[in-house]
Design a protein around this ligand. Sequence first.
Ligand code: NAD
Length: 356
Amino acid sequence: MTKKIAVLPGDGIGPEIVAEAIKILDRLKVDGLEVDIEYGLIGGAAYDETGTPLPEETLAISQAADAILLGAVGGYKWESLDISVRPEKGLLGIRSALNLFANLRPAILYPQLADASTLKPEVVAGLDLMIVRELTGGIYFGQPRGIRILENGEKEGFNTLVYRESEVRRIAKVAFDIARKRQGRVCSVDKANVLECTELWRETMIDMASNYDDIDLSHMYVDNAAMQLVRAPKQFDVMVTTNMFGDILSDCASMLTGSIGMLPSASLDENSKGMYEPIHGSAPDIAGQNIANPLATILSVAMMLRYTLNQADMADRIEKAVSTVLDQGLRTADIYSEGMTKVGTSEMGDAVVAAL
Ligand code: NAD
């Protein structure tokens, strides 16, 4: 049956990198992949045209789709807008509206890029870590929030860190289920020594683990986790954590692999419907120059095929094709090292299509 994919290119480098991912889907269609693609506006591009970063129409297309492919949102142009209509609000809005509560962020170091990491090759070679980040709760969504003026005239900013037990249970389930298909180890990251909310997080994780005898659950405070990620990242198999901690730790983990431009992500609901996107932002500093790395977005298509469209073979083919172009020495500027061949965004996309 033909599957529907909503494609939301967004801002900055979004349209450039998404164009390369579409080349991959077009190539796979030749081999029998049955997908219909519908485009929608999101972020700053949507604000410019409709006055809102998440138009109703985009939401409707996304709700009707089996999967969503997103580029990135945001940029200097929209930074002074009121927070309620900033591009990032579109992204948070769609994640929340579609109940995409589980964010899967793999950090895999391709052996060909061991030199691109800022860490010593022996520390990172063979890294294969999955960060499972809670995506629709926690401090990014908690109420009350805002900036208020105190009696003495001073301004005070405030946000609320809040998690319900049921929210922790469902993200724990995702992490434990994924760990079962990997090495069976889950490290839950919290700040239970200081934040009551994450004390509950830890208690709930321990309770959930009683249903998973085969899983080895450990706990780590977020400050230590940040340190361990750069000291000895290979100790981790699956890491599960809150929205904000996961946001920060997954960017840190991405750098272990050499470039933020290499890492895909999936955000899933309870029925494995998903939104797929690179973990990086809209990179306004390099937008429009054909130098952005499209591989994270192309690998996001591989995740889409694996987790939502049930086409694991095609997902494997994309991942192998990416490995092949790296073997060929092709590198975008962000992963370039001496002796390699520097290519632009579109050349990299074409090379992956050729390798497919
Ligand atoms: P960023 O990820 O856009 O860029 C960080 C650095 O990495 C920049 O130097 C950029 O040039 C580089 N980079 C990012 N992606 C790259 C790629 N594919 N190839 C090569 N280099 C790449 O983060 P930022 O600069 O903090 O944010 C820029 C804008 O993106 C902001 O408006 C921010 O809010 C937004 N943002 C959006 C998302 C998203 O859409 N999911 C995520 C993070 C940030």
